[in-house]
Design a protein around this ligand. Structure first.
Ligand SMILES: Cc1ncc(COP(=O)(O)O)c(C=O)c1O
Length: 360
């Protein structure tokens, strides 16, 4: 089939399946759709700092601020080292395309983020999925591949499900089978933990080899991401992670803003406000059976009885200028289409009550 014809056909298929993606402005909406859980994205304090070095990190793109920030991130999150990537997406691509070897088996939760899957496509290692949050299935695979070098990949808080991984059990399995653990804390970073380290404290992770991803574009209200690791992994990434090497570095002011937001002295207060808003939101939902997410998650999932009902509720909310996002297949499995509502620390009770026009 000629190229344009096949592109046209793929797009027409999407329209027919009802999952065609279109860009729309989010301006003017009451924000229940962004990941700005703590409301930290509202201020930008480093705009006077230079725009860009116009270069990749290994040429002229590394500044003193990058180096200082990487040390500070490591110190703040109690890690040996940190490496700053332009986004969480490029951090996951860089890690998974470079670190697994031909002898690696990467066991990943079936609902893991697309960036991990895309990284694995470029990897020498073999990847095998386990059922979502299913410890027995994970252990079955750990036993099956016990002669290989094993890597387990999870999110601590799942972005499209708003549920939390059974962290203690997975860490115990990593210890028992001597597997390396990768924890993507993209949605839990900032929202949880004494230092905003997410749901996995250093104490919890004791005695295993692990790497953590913390992103700054969500609760930390900035841009970029760090991989927290030991020196060996960091050195390896600097040398082999192509999404780190072959791209223009982010400007200083973004790195500085990310660091300032991570060190916010009102983090605890914002975390408490956010949890209070989550509880208020849940108490306002009339039919509790619709609630599918964890009761402490800023990502609240409403699963209605049918796809038609979901479309109708989404339309109604959008008409009222309430910004929520319905998530359709293939992002979630068919039959599990849902409304994803992102609760923020700076929502007011009246904001939360306005969601009532959705009728759930
Ligand atoms: C679980 C997870 N990991 C990584 C990313 C990528 O992070 P970033 O938005 O910084 O590219 C996302 C973004 O949505 C995510 O949900």
């Amino acid at each position: 089939m000629p190229l344009f014809e096949s592109l046209y056909k793929a797009l027409t298929d999407r329209i027919n399946q009802g999952n065609y993606r279109k860009l729309k402005s989010s301006d003017g909406f009451l924000d229940f759709f962004s990941n700005d859980y703590l409301g930290l994205s509202q201020k930008n304090i480093f705009l006077n700092s230079p725009q860009s070095k116009g270069s990749s990190r290994l040429i002229a793109g590394t500044t003193n601020n990058h180096l200082i920030a990487e040390k500070e991130f490591a110190k703040h999150f109690r890690a040996d080292c940190s490496l700053f990537f332009n986004s969480g997406y490029s951090a996951n691509i860089g890690f998974f395309s470079s670190i697994p070897t031909r002898d690696s088996i990467v066991l990943f939760d079936e609902y893991i983020h697309a960036s991990v899957k895309d990284g694995m496509r470029l990897s020498l290692g073999k990847s095998v999925r386990f059922r979502h949050n299913d410890i027995q299935d994970l252990e079955r695979l750990l036993k099956k591949f016990s002669d290989k070098n094993l890597l387990i990949v999870i999110e601590s808080l799942y972005s499209m499900h708003g549920d939390i991984a059974p962290l203690r059990e997975i860490i115990d399995l990593a210890r028992k089978y001597d597997a390396f653990l990768f924890i993507d804390e993209a949605h839990a970073g900032g929202v949880f933990g004494e230092f905003g380290e997410g749901l996995t404290s250093n104490e919890l992770l004791q005695g295993i080899n692990y790497v953590k991803l913390i992103t700054f574009g969500k609760a930390f209200g900035s841009h970029g991401a760090v991989i927290l690791s030991n020196q060996l992994i960091k050195d390896f990434l600097v040398n082999f992670a192509r999404s780190f090497i072959y791209t223009t570095a982010l400007p200083d002011y973004i790195v500085q803003q990310s660091l300032a937001n991570v060190k916010s002295d009102n983090l605890k207060e914002l975390q408490v406000k956010l949890q209070k808003n989550i509880q208020t939101f849940r108490s306002l939902v009339k039919n509790k059976e619709y609630l599918k997410s964890s009761e402490i998650s800023p990502i609240q999932i409403i699963q209605l009885e049918s796809l038609e009902k979901l479309k109708q509720v989404e339309e109604q909310l959008i008409k009222e200028k309430i910004g929520v996002k319905a998530i359709y297949a293939p992002t979630v499995p068919k039959g599990e289409e849902r409304l994803r509502i992102s609760i923020h620390a700076n929502h007011k009770k009246e904001d939360l009550m306005r969601l009532g026009v959705g009728g759930f």
